[in-house]
Each structure stands twice: as structure tokens, then as C-alpha cells.
Design a protein around this ligand. Structure first.
Ligand code: ASP
Ligand code: MG
Length: 522
């Protein structure tokens, strides 16, 4: 007999018929000999409707009152689903987040789960009841008890957190799509369903799966090793398993880690190759990396700068013992790039290499949606007097290329800043781990985000502390930065060495980011 947590999203329980169909599925699971805890969202688009109502009354409603309002949506569904189960002869009981004891931070509308009490849940399960829990909500641990919500889409997080607290055998997320696809099916006709994907891949492509699975839910599944499956609630198809290697045991207190960063990594076996002033037209990068791959050279970071005039710089890193070949390949394509170059253009393209670099990386899903994590990395490096040569980010990582002699200091300061007690070399071992290489395609998915704006800051003095200042300023304005790029491109402006830094933010934050930086530019 297994203990299973099932979560049903808004569409899956959007009408009386659907609620009854869900009840039948739950009863089927119980009849097969399992204990079931069910987590539900609000019906259909109820939460959107409530948000809209609030906005008609106030342009800026209090977050506390928003939580009070939004948490009602799930309270409707737990009662209706319990009734449907009871009507079909299955003993069931509905519980709000507070009744279960889903204890959260006080941060209204985006609270993180600290702890889940299991006594009451176990009591009901032992009586043979199905427990139907309201998703997306909890109760704060402050002196005055406050209803909190976890942030939009948070029922997934409730479900996986409950599975962790109850040590459930697995967690099933029932939704209106068949699982996780390789791309958005509205854009890519033959997007394929993945049978499995690792939690780490899901997190790297957070925007790929975000609509299907809340990234915080994936983070909990990974941290506690909860097997997770995303399936359609209309069919019996197997769906997509989201897998993770067995994690280190960790306490259930502070369940959604307060720490945004859970690893500091470094790699000193890298060298940098930069192609300066290559023409800014399609095909250049393809040509370069096509040649590189023919030589079987493994490229790690690739950073292309913001174009200026008609040219760009492209820099990349390779393992040190490939440097000579990478340099040869790069130099060999330079003449072809120069041929059709307008004579008016600045200096000719050239190749530059550098051996004494190190890559330092912070990683952790907790940085999603939290402005200020990258800024904190940059300011810690600045405090340690470390200059950053290149920056590259993904949704769950920030990597900086620094001078090799600064590596130890950089690691020490980052471990201290983010309270990390061990750090290790990582040179792509993850991808070679046979346990994790579950399907043969090297690319697991493609995510498209049309809601981004790019902001470039040109001619930033090349010295420690500059990136820190820029991203601190944005964090103060509560602007979350998605991708950050600091490129190779160096310019001497008024006798000072400068670099460009570019980043993307949500489109709606673009103007605010520009305004904030313009004020600070002088
Ligand atoms: N009902 C909430 C929302 O729409 C939580 C959820 O469905 O996951 O965001
Ligand atoms: Mg959802």
C-alpha cells in the first residue's frame, strides 16, 4: 500500500461534472489499496476573477486582504470535492491550510512554507478517510495567526511539500495537458511529450514548465527526493516523470529553504577565447561553433556582447587542454569574416586568448523571482576586490569569469555570503551521469519568453563593484532580472577601461529599470 498525494488544477475541477470525475479517479486510487491526500486549486479561473474584483476596488490592495480574498477560492473546491467523495460512498474530510498546520512565513501573497504538521493528516488517513487539502494557502507563524498564500500557481508547491512532510511514496500533479512538452505546442506543432525529465533540467528551463509546474514545487521535489509525475486528468496516459537523484537527508523544518543559493562551484580548468569585432550578421556564431564542434571541443560558457555599430564580440570558454585547437579554429575563420567587411569599419576582427581565468558559479532554484541574489554575489565579489570579466546567467545560476588568482578569495567570500559549507569543482559531470541521461537527445526542451525587455548599460568602468551597484539598484526597485550578460567587449573611454553590461527584465519593468539606471549613470 502506498501513500500518494494527488493534486488537481483549476481546469481539472472546473465544473460539477469534473469534480465528480476527479472523485471517481480518487476512489479508484483508494480501491487499488492506497492512502490518498488530495490537494486542489480553485475552480477554473476563480483566482483570476478574485484578483480582478480586488483591482476594481483598489489599484493597490493590501497584500493581507488579497490573501484573505484569494484563499477563499480553494476553500470552495475542498468542500465540494469532499461532498462528491462522500456522495460516492468514500469517507473524506476537507481541511484548509491552517487546519492542517501548513506553517509559512508572513510575507503575504508570496509566503514560503516553513513546516507542515502531520498529526491531523495522519489521524484522518488512519481512519480510512481521503483528506482534501486547500492548495496555495497556509498560516503564518507570527504571534498573530494570518492566512497567507504562496504565490500564483502555488498549489503545486503545497502538494509536493505535503508529500515531503508525509514521506509519501510519490506525488501526482493532474492537469489539462498530457505532461511536459519539449516546446510550447501552440508554437511548435510537433512538440513532443517527454517521458522523463530531471528536476535540474526543469529548473534550468523554468519558463518551459512554469505553466505546468511551479518551479518551487520542483525545488522541493529535488531537495527531498519526491518522485513527481505530471499527468492529464482526462486520460490514463503515463505523463511525464520529474526525477531527481537521492538527495542528502535534510530536516523538514524550514521546508522551503530560506536560502536562495544552495551551491557555490568553481572551475579553474577553463581558458577563454574571444573573437573581437566580428560582423554582426546571421551565421557567424553558427560557423564558429560548427567548426569548434567538428574538432570535438567542448565549449562551456558562450557570451556574445551587445552589438555596437556593425560588429560584435563573441567570447567562449573551453577546457585548458583544448585551448590551442580552439584558438587555431578561431583564427582560421577570421579571414572569411573580414572579406565582406565594409572598409569604413573600425579595426579588423582579431582573436584573443586568456588562460588564467576561473569560473565561479552560484546555483539554486531559490533565486527565481527573488531580486537581489545576483546583486549580492556581485557585491560580495566587489568587497573581496574581485573584478568580474564576464557574467552569464540562467534562471537558476549566475556564473562569473574572474582572474584565476582571485578564485580562492571569490569562493571563500561567496560561501560566506550565502552560508554554504562546501564547494566543489564541477566540470559538466552532471550531463555524463548515466542515471541522469535518461533520454538520448542532448537538448531537452526549448522555452520561448516574449515578455522580456533588454537593457544595456554601456561603458561601465571595468573595476570591482560596478555590477554590484547596478543590480543592487534594481533590487531596491524590486525589479527581478532574468538574464545578465557581461561581455568581453572592452573600450577605453576617457582613459578608463570600460565594459558593457546587458540584462533582461520583464517588459513591464523595462522603463522603470531604464529610469533607475539613468538617474544613477552619472
Ligand atoms: N488558485 C491559485 C492560482 O490560480 C493557485 C493554483 O491554482 O495553483 O494561482
Ligand atoms: Mg498551475
Amino acid at each position: 500500500m502506498a501513500l500518494i498525494v494527488q493534486k488537481y488544477g483549476g481546469t481539472s475541477i472546473g465544473s460539477v461534472d469534473r469534480i465528480q470525475a476527479v472523485a471517481q479517479r480518487i476512489i479508484g486510487t483508494v480501491k487499488a489499496g492506497n492512502s490518498v491526500v488530495v490537494v486542489v486549486s480553485a475552480m477554473g479561473k476563480t483566482t483570476d476573477g478574485l484578483v480582478k474584483l480586488a483591482s476594481e476596488i483598489s489599484a493597490n490592495p493590501s497584500r493581507r486582504e488579497l490573501d484573505m480574498l484569494l484563499s477563499t477560492g480553494e476553500q470552495v473546491t475542498i468542500a465540494l470535492l469532499s461532498m462528491a467523495l462522500q456522495e460516492a460512498g468514500q469517507p473524506a474530510v476537507s481541511l484548509t491550510g491552517a487546519q492542517v498546520g501548513i506553517i509559512t512565513e508572513t510575507a503575504h501573497t508570496r509566503a514560503r512554507i516553513l513546516k507542515i504538521e502531520t498529526d491531523r493528516l495522519n489521524h484522518h488517513l488512519n481512519q480510512g478517510e481521503v483528506v482534501v487539502v486547500a492548495g496555495f494557502q497556509g498560516i503564518s507563524n507570527a504571534e498573530v495567526l494570518e492566512i497567507t498564500t504562496l504565490g500564483r500557481g502555488g498549489s503545486d508547491t503545497s502538494a509536493v511539500a505535503l508529500a515531503a512532510a508525509l514521506k509519501a511514496d510519490f506525488c501526482e500533479i493532474y492537469t489539462d495537458v498530457p505532461g511536459i512538452l519539449t516546446a510550447d505546442p501552440r508554437l511548435v506543432e510537433d512538440a513532443k511529450l517527454m517521458g522523463e525529465i530531471t528536476c535540474d533540467e526543469m529548473l534550468e528551463l523554468a519558463s518551459l514548465g512554469a505553466k505546468v509546474l511551479h518551479p518551487r514545487a520542483v525545488e522541493i521535489a529535488r531537495n527531498y527526493g519526491i518522485p513527481l509525475v505530471v499527468r492529464s486528468s482526462w486520460a490514463d496516459d503515463p505523463g511525464t516523470w520529474v526525477t531527481s537523484p537521492t538527495p542528502q537527508p535534510r530536516p523538514l523544518d524550514g521546508l522551503e529553504i530560506a536560502r536562495p543559493v544552495d551551491a557555490v562551484e568553481f572551475d579553474i580548468d577553463q581558458a577563454k577565447v574571444a573573437l573581437l569585432r566580428v560582423p554582426d550578421r546571421p551565421g557567424v556564431a553558427a560557423r564558429l561553433f560548427g567548426e569548434i564542434s567538428i574538432q570535438h571541443l567542448d565549449v562551456d560558457l558562450i557570451i556574445q556582447s551587445i552589438h555596437e555599430g556593425n560588429s560584435n564580440d563573441i567570447a567562449f570558454t573551453v577546457v585548458k587542454n583544448s585551448l590551442n585547437r580552439a584558438e587555431a579554429v578561431s583564427s582560421a575563420i577570421i579571414p572569411a569574416l573580414t572579406v565582406d567587411q565594409a572598409p569604413s569599419l573600425e579595426k579588423a576582427p582579431e582573436v584573443m586568448v586568456e588562460q588564467k581565468i576561473a569560473k565561479v558559479t552560484i546555483a539554486g532554484a531559490g533565486m527565481i523571482g527573488r531580486p537581489g541574489v545576483a546583486a549580492q554575489m556581485f557585491s560580495s565579489l566587489a568587497d573581496a576586490g574581485v573584478n568580474i570579466q564576464m557574467i552569464s546567467t540562467s534562471e537558476v545560476k549566475v556564473s562569473c569569469v574572474v582572474n584565476q588568482q582571485d578564485c580562492d578569495r571569490a569562493i571563500a567570500t561567496l560561501c560566506e555570503a550565502f552560508d554554504i559549507h562546501q564547494s566543489g569543482v564541477r566540470t559538466g559531470v552532471d550531463l555524463q551521469d548515466p542515471k541522469l541521461a535518461i533520454e538520448d537527445s542532448p537538448v531537452r526542451g526549448v522555452a520561448l519568453d516574449l515578455k522580456q525587455a533588454r537593457v544595456a548599460v554601456r561603458h561601465v568602468p571595468d573595476r570591482p563593484g560596478m555590477a554590484a551597484q547596478i543590480f543592487q539598484l534594481l533590487a531596491q526597485h524590486n525589479i527581478s532580472v532574468d538574464m545578465i550578460i557581461q561581455s568581453q567587449r572592452c573600450r577605453v573611454v576617457n582613459g578608463i577601461m570600460t565594459r558593457d553590461i546587458a540584462f533582461t527584465v520583464a517588459q513591464m519593468d523595462g522603463e522603470a529599470a531604464k529610469a533607475a539606471l539613468q538617474t544613477a549613470a552619472p
